[in-house]
Ligand binder design. Structure first.
Ligand code: FAD
Length: 544
């Protein structure tokens, strides 16, 4: 059979190996892994810090023995591939335990070396022993041991992406004092600024300190100094500012890299050498919404790419549909998920778009645990094609985002989403699901049934003395309202309509925009033309 060698034994590498074995009983398959472990759950690593994952060993999904016994796949751990000789179709391997080097010949080679955490030399002190990155089981065990030692109480997490936030959450849960430093003005780049405010509030409410719009300049033994000059006490520092594809092997072997600097691949994940395939965090992907090359270091795509590459190696062909970027993260009591383009990226890519922001309940309100789900749906104008969505709430917002991801993959429009027949029982959702509801509101906006202003414009409206009607109850109004807003509860609107001026724009809101939508339709029915809904309403405003 064919001699197939695989470099990297975790997500992409292990998936490719297992799939090749399923398709080809005769192939000789060997995985080379630089680290001590193969096939561990990278994505679960942070949960060891809080003992949500009780033992570090539980993070190991498969062992070399398991690969041998179940799949007849040979795994060599502590084995770093140093070079690829494409002429002679051989790789050079270093056995890190024996300290010896040797060569191994291949018919087909798969690269799944992943991406390495960035450790910028420009940050003074970045190599000090109390500065950690998180990529593998040993990293998390070392961090955990260091943190648990006495007096190591103050943790600074640098970077507000999902790895940084998961580490922050789990260290906070384990009783540490945690500060998150993020150079951008928000955490979690897949979310728009308005949605990220909900995440900021959740972090702050749980006692995580948040430093936004400020980078790290220097790290010292007991503190970090930010670019602004501010000093934060920190006896442990976790660097989570992003990852860079591991391309050195590919580059040294003369394989072509893409414009993003990651390894360039064909539709069946072949590199510029027909006998070398590459998958996972190390490759350049194609974003099917922006139609541009991109990097997307996530496990789902890595897993699918590995399967397609394995199919291609075994002569089954396979299609690369590109990526849209779907992700999820939990931050304390809030689940957050996003897919496709957000408003920011759609606009950056020159795609004409609009969005709606809804806040429907995730299940029937009478049911235990029902909670509002903040939902932002981004769509193309004028086609109504769905471009992306973000949702944050205490409930199963990931399910809703998965529905949108599916719609995007099928080129779905708002009309399709409105008509989508989803399962319903009050303990799971509502008869008109959050996603159906968002489509209805979006269609109203697309077709000009009502106009909206976005929550980000509210401050300016208030300051300019715009006429704002709050249609919530007097009790809700008394608990807090926009400065200068007039309270006309929905139930009194028909009697009090004469109070509302017809010669200037009128802005309406309630708590979630459900009542204000009804109020707008009532006003329109009475001849009012210049009425706007405040998208996001009071719940949105309160986070902004
Ligand atoms: P990896 O899984 O990183 O495997 C690459 C392996 O190759 C490494 O073990 C490396 O040691 C080895 N290697 C590299 N060079 C060589 C060489 N020269 N010789 C031998 N071996 C080599 N993704 C999600 O979708 N959802 C999540 O919730 C999520 N959470 C994450 C949490 C954490 C803490 C981390 C670190 C990642 C998370 N990810 C998540 C990302 C996900 O783990 C990666 O996208 C995925 O593992 C990429 O697979 P890969 O095979 O390309 O690389």
């Amino acid at each position: 059979g064919k001699r197939i060698l695989i470099i990297g034994g975790v997500t992409g590498g292990a998936s490719a190996a297992a799939r090749i074995r399923r398709l080809d009983a005769d192939a000789s398959i060997t995985i080379f892994e630089r680290g001590e472990h193969v096939s561990f759950s990278n994505c679960s690593l942070p949960y060891y810090l809080s003992r949500t994952v009780e033992e570090a060993d539980y993070l190991l999904v498969m062992t070399p023995e398991g690969f041998r016994d179940s799949y007849d796949i040979e795994v060599r751990t502590n084995s770093e591939v140093l070079a690829i000789d494409r002429e002679s179709k051989k790789i050079r391997v270093k056995d890190k335990i024996a300290g010896e080097e040797y060569e191994e010949a291949y018919d087909e080679l798969v690269l799944s070396p992943g991406a390495a955490p960035i450790r910028p030399r420009s940050i003074e002190g970045v190599f000090l022993p109390h500065v950690f990155t998180v990529r593998n089981v040993n990293d998390i065990v070392n961090l955990d041991q260091y943190v648990r030692e006495k007096d190591r109480h103050n943790v600074a997490v640098i970077g507000g992406g999902f790895i940084g936030l998961e580490v922050a959450e789990n260290l906070k849960e384990s009783g540490k004092h945690v500060a998150v430093v993020e150079a951008a003005d928000q955490v979690m780049a897949p979310f728009d600024y308005d949605m990220s405010q909900i995440l900021h509030k959740e972090l702050l409410d749980h006692g995580v300190e948040l430093y936004l719009g400020d980078g790290v300049k220097a790290i010292a033994e007991d503190h970090v100094t930010l670019v602004s000059g501010r000093k934060i006490p920190a006896d442990v520092v976790v660097l989570a500012i992003g990852v860079l594809p591991e391309t050195s092997l590919a580059k040294d072997a003369g394989l072509e890299l893409g414009v993003t600097g990651a390894i360039k691949v064909s539709p069946d994940f072949r590199t510029s050498d027909p006998h070398i395939y590459a998958v996972g965090d190390a490759i350049e992907v194609y974003n099917s919404l922006t139609r541009k090359p991109a990097k997307l270091p996530l496990a789902g795509p890595a897993q699918r790419q590995a399967r397609t590459a394995a199919d291609a190696i075994c002569g089954k062909g396979g299609a690369n549909k590109g990526v849209i970027g779907s992700c999820a993260v939990r931050i304390f009591g809030m689940n957050a998920a996003a897919t496709g383009l957000n408003e920011k990226t759609a606009k950056q890519n020159g795609i004409p778009c609009d969005y709606v922001y809804t806040m429907a309940m995730d299940k029937v309100g009478l049911m235990p645990g029902s909670a509002p789900a903040h939902f932002k749906l981004v769509f193309e104008v004028p086609t109504g094609r769905i471009l992306g969505a973000q949702s944050i709430g205490a409930g199963n917002v990931d399910k809703r985002i998965d529905v949108i991801a599916t719609m995007i993959a099928m080129n779905g429009t708002l009309e399709d989403l409105k008509e989508l027949e989803l399962c319903y029982s009050p303990i799971f959702g509502t008869a008109r699901d959050i996603v159906n509801q968002a489509a209805l509101v979006a269609l109203n906006v697309l077709h000009g049934v009502f106009r909206q202003v976005h929550v980000s414009d509210v401050r300016e409206l208030v300051e300019s003395g715009a006429y704002i009607v709050d249609v919530r109850t007097p009790e809700e109004f008394a608990e807090g309202h926009l400065k200068g807003a007039v309270n006309i509860p929905l139930g009194e609107l028909r009697q009090r309509v004469s109070e509302i001026p017809e010669d200037c724009p009128v802005y309406l809101h309630c708590r979630t925009s459900q009542r204000s939508y009804n109020a707008i339709m009532a006003l329109k029915g009475r001849g009012y033309e210049n009425v706007y809904n405040i998208s996001g309403s009071f719940l949105g405003i309160s986070f902004y």
